[in-house]
Design a binder for this molecule. Structure first.
Ligand SMILES: Nc1ncnc2c1ncn2[C@@H]1O[C@H](COP(=O)(O)OP(=O)(O)O)[C@@H](O)[C@H]1O
Ligand SMILES: [Mg+2]
Length: 308
């Protein structure tokens, strides 16, 4: 179990513009903590500060009570990071990439080789262990990087956009690996794929313009916004009267965002009328739009039901 805590972290790269502005959060336990936000929001800056790669201008941060800004050497042995721009060494095999990394971390060759084999098995890349990584798919290369830090046996792992650029199948495979690994460690990952955070994360931090806008589990985030339910109707469908917000898709389909009680009432009406629809709790994408873009540009002003 890991206890990660940071308070009032600020960082500017250039005068005036804050990449991070007094960000505070704490988390106890194993699992996956997702930092979500658009490009430039400050995710990488935060992850690099927590991984002791970058000094903040102000603020405090600790892991299991140890100050990671003042005493980075005491926590580094317990953590590993795969940076956003990380690549495997192309002319080395996965086994060699992992072993080399472990040798750098101070392990013996024997121990490093054993751990490399075990880690490759855990992430499911054993069959490629002797193929140079430049000949492997993007997904297998990314899994090699995950196996590398897994083999370090760190309790705290930072992954900066681990699935960006991967095809949907490789992404799904990596999700399965991370889901397995989170059981006995804390994985902090950044992503701008909201579906990924929704599928994987035990806790989500929404970052926008250097600020922590909201945090919590999916259910907690849902409760922070005005509407908790989404009803979808196909294009040219009957439009029920409802209290909430109407969003029109580019295909003409309608989405009504509303509260639980109203969703129930509208659903009953639609069933009675025999109209095809779906009703679900709002997705992280809906929540993100509410939190980050309070007035949504995809909102249909004319059809806005707010005044009902
Ligand atoms: N090395 C750097 N020098 C100057 N500005 C930077 C540097 N790294 C990031 N920034 C700026 O800081 C802000 C946050 O960036 P970053 O943390 O990389 O965001 P994210 O990872 O969410 O895309 C952005 O405005 C970005 O342009
Ligand atoms: Mg980034």
């Amino acid at each position: 179990m890991v206890s990660l805590s940071f308070s009032n972290i600020s960082k500017s790269y250039t005068k005036g513009k804050k990449a991070l502005n007094r960000v505070s959060f704490s988390y106890d336990g194993n699992g996956i903590l997702a930092l979500i936000g658009r490009n430039g929001a400050g995710k990488t800056t935060l992850i690099r500060i927590l991984a002791t790669e970058l000094m903040p201008d102000s603020g405090t941060a600790s892991i299991d009570g140890i100050d990671l800004i003042k005493d980075p050497d005491r926590v580094r042995g317990d953590m590993s990071i795969v940076p956003q721009e990380a690549r495997t060494i192309g002319w080395l095999t996965p086994a060699q990439n992992i072993t080399t990394y472990l040798l750098y971390r101070g392990l013996s060759y024997k121990e490093a080789s054993l751990r490399a084999l075990k880690a490759m098995e855990e992430v499911g890349i054993s069959e490629y262990k002797d193929t140079v990584t430049r000949k492997l798919s993007g997904g297998t290369k990314r899994k090699t990087l995950v196996a590398m830090i897994l083999a370090s046996e760190s309790r705290l792992i930072f992954l900066d956009e681990p699935t960006t650029g991967l095809d949907p199948i490789s992404r799904e495979e990596l999700w399965n690996v991370l889901n397995k690994l989170k059981k006995d460690r804390l994985i902090v990952l950044t992503t701008h794929y909201l579906e990924e955070a929704e599928r994987l994360a035990d806790r989500i931090c929404v970052i926008e313009d250097g600020k922590l806008m909201a945090h919590g589990t999916m259910d907690e985030l849902r409760m922070k916004i005005r509407y908790q339910y989404s009803i979808r109707l196909p294009a040219n469908s009957y439009r029920p009267r409802a209290r909430g917000r109407l969003v029109r898709g580019t295909d003409g389909g309608m989405q009504i965002l509303t509260d639980e009680q109203e969703a129930f009432r509208v659903s009953k009406e639609l069933i009675k009328k025999g109209i095809r629809f779906s009703s679900n709790p709002v997705s992280l994408e809906d929540i993100f739009y509410f939190i980050v873009k309070k007035s949504i540009d995809r909102d249909d002003k004319e059809g806005n039901y707010d005044e009902w």
